[in-house]
Design a protein. Structure first.
Lengths: 447, 482
């Protein structure tokens, strides 16, 4: 017997009798002989829980957990503190073993937290409407671009080179498939060259996409970029933001951004080797009926009770099929719940404090590293919680030396920007202590 | 009934968090970030104590129905039990606290897991190489169709601009084809729900990039002509895409690769027991045949001696389709499941999934309209009540099932069956559970005759009853406002 298969041999007999067959094999007789697999799958045989646990734990131990290291690595995945209550609440199996909330009567739990998530994202970004989430920050950028192109009925997307490289790569993949033209705007001193943007924008531009804080951690002038974009009729200005930064930075809604997207991993979701994370999308009201993904709305039931349902489904693939706004079918449900609980647990003051502490600690780290004279700032621009420095030292050597001291060093910018040789991008969250930052500085100086 | 929104619990001054005091020199934010970038607006977030947050979401959870609550025969969704060991393994510190950009030295365990999982999926699917990057089934579909596109383009063939999709297909199939830049050609199914070979032949030509197919199909029937379908599409220069939504029916019995499919995706939140999570995160790995490996998204996990590494050296790759490498945490759960079940357990799972489905059908077919009487695979589709003139709809039957404590089946899908009720019990249900469900369905069929009003006004026992969807769409309230 297998623990997850409750049917016994006796049951099998009775059930086959009820069906009117003699053997299980007859149930598979409709599969053409020539495609039946007439051998065992070449996989190990079934195992006990204990054996599986011991093998997979051994794989987990081959990794260097960030719990044992001091991490200064970010570049899109951040080591913010995750409050204990998140794991406890998302472990309620009524949440995680449920499906997409099609049957509203027995899915009010999921529907309501998504409604709360949408509200919190709107309040955080200063936008009118948010969807129930998207796969991650990178695909959210792409969904925004496609939506903007469809609305404007134009095919050119302008994206800054300071947007995180993965997002730009994913955009290129999709743009090729959809015959969209992607134009990159160069950077100047670590920020989007807005003069070049002005030169490149044209009547065929459907969207301009900028990230702030950008991949280098630097705060971009979204207001100016929005102004430039809006000179073109029907062009949407898309900002990709770090939601934690909005604890202190101006909301995109204050800056005339049309569509806000971003990666919300930092809000209660572990780094987990790159996924699953949480993309989000919020926009001005006029975009509501064009948004990709699920949206939950408030309504009343037959007794007049406040209740929640999936709404505006006329946008979606299961109704519209080939005319849908996107093929997306799932959302990041459980991770949206994690972020929801994170946002309400930290609340009005907490997000601000996490953002402020991260910024202050990052600036302290920056000052200390620069002070030694060994490292130079790569750019001299205002940043939030990440900054890049460069030196005569090879980035790989730095990482190895830091690793020997149980420190996870920063991201090597040369991987995506060949001209930025030896440049390393460090991230500092509220979790880092002065002592840890001083250790980083000390080890760096000693290399 | 508890009916508060979190925002309505807010109480000024309450806190559910505490950070350590700032231990570096405190500075004014204006001294490190120019004032023009700083917000002057207060954040409109609630203020609560930890207890209130915990009670609120615990109360919300009790308004949900999950597989752990009870039987969830949602056709095409494979709502099998989500083993608890999967959750424990996925939350091991050595998996959750690994940053995707740590040095190769530090991520050997993660890479080895992905490598071995990819190999396992290949064996199960009969394919040569997998990408684990796609975030969900629909994402796997678009990745796979983009690979098909890359294949044609690399042959210098740019005239193929259409994808064939049967009318029984999931909505994601046509939406995916469009997302990948194709237009779709829909072909009708036969009365048995199979691919109509004549209809297929009629549309095949040098403008067809490929065919997207689910097999067993969305009616739960295995297509006996699959080899011929594959040959026809290949002869016309197209490729075959396998939608893995129904893979739970064939594990260890048949493989898409052996049927002639070129590209395959699995929904691992269906077939490989990872939780649906109220809508996600899922995962949709894609496997391809040898000739298509060069187009897979980068990076792929490669092995050199005892070392694992991320290989970006695929110049013809379609590129990246998502951030980092995929939904790693979900992949860990899937591998846990595959190791637990093994070759024997996976095969057994499909056998019992199919047995359960046919058994349930044997109990229900006297009481409901069965459009196609045949041997089904892991799911079957009823065409509503026997009395087709009844004012009671399948949706009424579904709502009445809620009163009996069951999650209803998938309703009104596939579109080709009128009043469709699509039932997929999965292998993780006992005969007792199936019997209880069958008894409830049979009673409901009787109620429909004797007291139709009871069904038309159902559900009666749930915390809310038939929320007004029309109202929600007409005048959308999509966030809380005071």
């Amino acid at each position: 017997m297998y623990p997850y298969i409750p049917i016994t041999t006796d049951d099998e007999k009775q059930m086959l009798e009820s069906i009117g067959l003699n053997s299980i094999e007859e149930l598979f007789a409709d599969i053409p002989k020539e495609v039946q697999l007439n051998r065992e799958l070449n996989l190990p045989k079934s195992k006990s829980e204990l054996e599986v646990f011991s093998y997979l734990s051994s794989l987990a131990k081959k990794n260097c957990s960030q719990s044992d290291m001091i991490s200064f690595l970010g570049a899109g995945a951040y080591d913010h503190y995750i409050p204990s209550i998140i794991d406890h609440l998302v472990s309620r199996s009524e949440f995680y073993t449920s499906y997409t909330p099609y049957q509203a009567e027995i899915s009010q739990g999921t529907l309501q937290y998504i409604f709360e998530f949408q509200t919190l994202i709107c309040n955080l970004t200063g936008m009118d409407v948010a969807n129930a989430s998207l796969y991650d920050g990178g695909t959210a950028v792409v969904e925004a671009a496609i939506m903007a192109a469809n609305i404007a009925r134009k095919d050119e997307i302008i994206i800054s080179k300071t947007v995180k490289p993965d997002a730009r790569k994913i955009l290129k993949t999709y743009a090729h498939a959809q015959s969209l033209k992607v134009v990159e705007v160069d950077m100047k001193d670590g920020v989007t060259d807005l003069e070049e943007l002005e030169n490149k924008i044209n009547d065929n531009t459907a969207a301009v996409i900028i990230q702030s804080p950008n991949f280098f951690g630097i705060i971009e002038d979204l207001k100016k970029a929005a102004e430039i974009t809006h000179k073109i009729k029907k062009a949407s200005f898309v900002a990709s933001v770090d939601p934690i930064s909005l604890g202190i930075l101006k909301k995109p809604g204050e800056l005339d951004v049309d569509i806000v997207v971003g990666e919300a991993q930092g809000m209660g979701i572990p780094v987990s080797f790159g996924g699953p994370y949480l993309g989000f999308m919020a926009a001005k009201k006029s975009y509501m009926r064009k948004l990709p993904g699920r949206i939950v709305g408030e309504t009343t039931d037959v007794d007049g009770k406040r209740s929640y349902v999936l709404t505006l489904t006329a946008r979606e693939q299961h109704i519209r099929r080939e005319k849908a706004t996107s093929n997306i079918c799932s959302n990041q449900g459980l991770n949206a719940l994690r972020a929801t609980i994170y946002m309400v647990t930290l609340g009005k003051e907490g997000i601000k404090e996490v953002a402020a502490q991260s910024a202050k600690k990052a600036h302290y780290a920056y000052e200390q590293i620069i002070k030694s004279g060994k490292f130079k700032p790569l750019f001299d621009k205002p940043f939030f919680k990440e900054f890049a420095v460069t030196s005569g030292l090879d980035a790989k050597t730095i990482t190895t030396e830091l690793e020997n001291e149980m420190i996870t060093g920063g991201y090597h910018l040369e991987i995506d920007y060949p001209q930025l040789k030896n440049a390393v991008l460090y991230a500092v969250t509220e979790k880092r202590t002065k002592e840890e930052i001083d250790k980083l500085t000390r080890v760096l100086e000693g290399i | 009934m508890y009916d508060k929104l979190i925002f309505e619990l807010s109480h000024e001054g309450q806190k559910a968090y505490r950070l350590p005091p700032l231990d570096v020199e405190d500075v004014n934010l204006e001294d490190i970030i120019p004032e023009e970038y700083l917000s002057e607006e207060e954040l409109d977030f609630p203020e609560l104590s930890e207890v209130d947050v915990v009670r609120h979401y615990t109360n919300l959870s009790s308004k949900n129905y999950g597989v752990d609550t009870g039987f969830y025969p949602l056709g095409s969704c494979t709502m099998k039990y989500n083993p608890k060991i999967n959750e424990d393994i996925a939350s091991l510190d050595g998996f959750t606290n690994i940053h995707p950009y740590q040095s190769e030295n530090c991520i050997q365990g993660s890479l080895q897991l992905m490598y071995e999982l990819g190999k396992s999926f290949c064996e199960i699917a009969g394919m040569d190489r997998m990408t684990l990057q796609p975030a969900a089934g629909a994402h796997g579909e678009v990745t796979g169709v983009m690979i098909i596109k890359a294949y044609h383009e690399n042959r210098g063939d740019f005239k193929r601009n259409k994808i064939i999709v049967p009318d029984s297909a999931h909505g994601t199939n046509p939406a995916t084809a469009v997302m990948a830049g194709y237009s779709i050609v829909e072909i009708k199914s036969t009365e048995e729900g199979l691919v109509d070979l004549e209809a297929l032949k009629a549309v095949l030509g040098d403008d067809i990039a490929g065919l997207m197919l689910t097999n067993p199909n969305t009616l739960g029937i295995s297509d006996r002509n699959i080899k011929e379908i594959a040959d026809l599409v290949h002869e016309a220069g197209g490729l075959l895409y396998y939608d893995g939504a129904n893979a739970n029916a064939i594990l260890g019995h048949a493989r898409p690769g052996d049927m002639g499919f070129d590209v395959v995706h699995f929904n691992i939140h269906k077939t490989f027991s990872t939780p649906h999570g109220g809508g996600g995160p899922g995962s949709g790995p894609v496997g391809v045949k040898k000739d298509l490996v060069q187009y897979l998204p980068v990076p792929l996990v490669e092995k050199d001696g005892d070392r694992y590494y991320l290989d970006y050296n695929y110049p013809k790759s379609i590129g990246k389709v998502k951030d980092f490498y995929g939904h790693f945490g979900i992949l860990v759960r899937a591998y846990t499941y595959i190791l637990t079940m093994g070759s024997d357990g996976l095969k057994k799972a499909s056998e019992i999934a199919v047995l359960n489905s046919n058994y349930l059908l044997s109990r229900l077919k006297e009481h409901y309209y069965l459009p196609i009487d045949t041997i089904y695979k892991h799911e079957f589709v009823l065409g509503g009540l026997k009395d087709t003139l009844s004012e009671v709809t399948s949706m009424d039957v579904a709502k009445r099932l809620l009163d009996y404590g069951f999650h209803p089946p998938t309703m009104y899908f596939p579109l080709i069956i009128n009043q469709a009720i699509m039932i997929e019990p999965t292998e993780t249900e006992s005969k007792e559970t199936l019997d209880m469900f069958a008894d409830a369905m049979i009673r409901i069929a009787k109620e429909a005759e004797e007291n139709p009003e009871l069904l038309k006004t159902a559900p009666h026992n749930t915390i809310v009853r038939r929320p007004d969807e029309t109202k929600a769409a007409r005048n959308p309230i999509v966030k809380y406002e005071r």
